[in-house]
Design a protein around this ligand. Structure first.
Ligand code: 13P
Length: 340
């Protein structure tokens, strides 16, 4: 099999069989912030113990096709010494790795960011491939407001960077997850998010095509189209699903083997119900799946709270959210599946 054929096979497998991805690739800074909010001590060992809890969840592989790890995590091991890479492979989970190194202020553009990490990326990708990773992730963030943002230059800088990352991934034998996230912060209405998301995705696909990315060998990880968190009008799951599917159908080529949403700060239940509504009565040219971080993990993190005694209950909460999202991919999620 050629490199491209292998990449296409991996990309398809990431969204096959009605499964999704578990994003557990929080940088140390983000992970520590979430630990602090849950009153968990922010140490290397606690981060390792938490990631062991997630990776060893019984039944995870029934709903999840792959996990996205962080550089610290991909090098870690279980308490008994089994490397996490081995644990994931034994559970039939594809291994992904976050390879961007975070965002910086975009010069001359107050309030906007560009994602860094291209320096030395070719060598880092090769090393991750040799460790067992088969896909990678790079997240760009686009801020939105009622009037000014996003600027065209911010959209273009991030699209260009995402495409450079994606070509390097494919060269190294890794499927790129291309993640341009239009943020939920702000008070803008849903229509504004739809316009911005469409503009961002048009620019991203323009750059991906121009720079020679094989569209059949990548996964798109977009935001759901929603009103800003501060907007007084919050839309129904049906309205969110209609706007999101319309936006994606207009700009994402059918050649792309799959789309896997980020959760972006939606609650677990909202994320599931919106995903469900997208799978009822819509004509979808690609598998539409999930690659959630918070919407899968948050209940589990709160239950665990850093205590070994809560481990099993936390794992049950994780697998429950994964099952809810798998049901959503079949249009079978009902709020009745949630605990009262
Ligand atoms: P959230 O689902 O918490 O937004 O995280 C997904 C992710 O991978 C962000 O880069």
């Amino acid at each position: 099999m050629t490199n491209t054929q292998t990449l296409i096979k991996t990309a398809k497998a990431m969204v096959a069989n009605g499964k999704g991805l578990l994003a557990m690739d929080e940088s140390n800074g983000t992970c520590n912030r979430r630990f602090a909010n849950a009153d968990i001590s922010q140490t290397l060992e606690m981060r390792r113990a938490y990631r062991e809890l997630l990776l060893t969840t019984p039944g995870l592989g029934d709903c999840i096709s792959g996990v996205i790890l962080y550089d610290e995590t991909i090098r870690q091991a279980k308490d008994d010494g089994t490397p996490f890479i081995q644990v994931a492979q034994d559970a039939n989970l594809l291994i992904g790795i976050k390879v961007d190194i975070g965002t910086q202020d975009l010069a001359a553009h107050p309030g906007e960011k560009v994602t860094e990490g291209l320096d030395g990326l070719r060598e880092r990708l090769q090393a991750y491939f040799e460790m067992g990773a088969r896909f990678a992730k790079w997240r760009s963030v686009i801020a939105l407001d009622d009037i000014r943002l996003p600027s065209q230059s911010c959209i273009e800088a991030n699209a260009h960077t995402l495409a450079r990352y994606a070509t390097l991934c494919q060269e190294a034998g890794l499927v790129p997850i291309v993640e341009p996230e239009v943020l939920m912060d702000g008070s803008h209405p849903l229509t504004r998010c739809q316009e911005a998301t469409e503009a961002v995705l048009r620019s991203v696909f323009g750059q991906l095509t121009r720079q020679g990315v094989v569209l059949e060998a990548m996964i798109l990880k977009p935001n759901v189209v929603v009103a800003g968190l501060g907007c007084p009008t919050q839309n129904t799951a049906q309205e969110v699903a209609d706007a999101t599917v319309q936006c994606l159908r207009r700009v994402v080529p059918a050649a792309v083997p799959g789309i896997a949403f980020l959760s972006g700060g939606q609650s677990g239940q909202l994320a599931s119900s919106r995903l469900n509504a997208m799978h009822v009565g819509h004509d979808l040219p690609w598998p539409l799946s999930f690659s959630f971080g918070r919407a899968l993990q948050h209940p589990a993190l709160d239950i665990w709270a850093g205590h070994d005694a809560n481990r099993v209950a936390a794992q049950q909460a994780l697998v429950h959210r994964a099952r809810c999202n798998c049901a959503a991919l079949k249009g079978e999620y009902k709020t009745g599946m949630e605990a009262p």
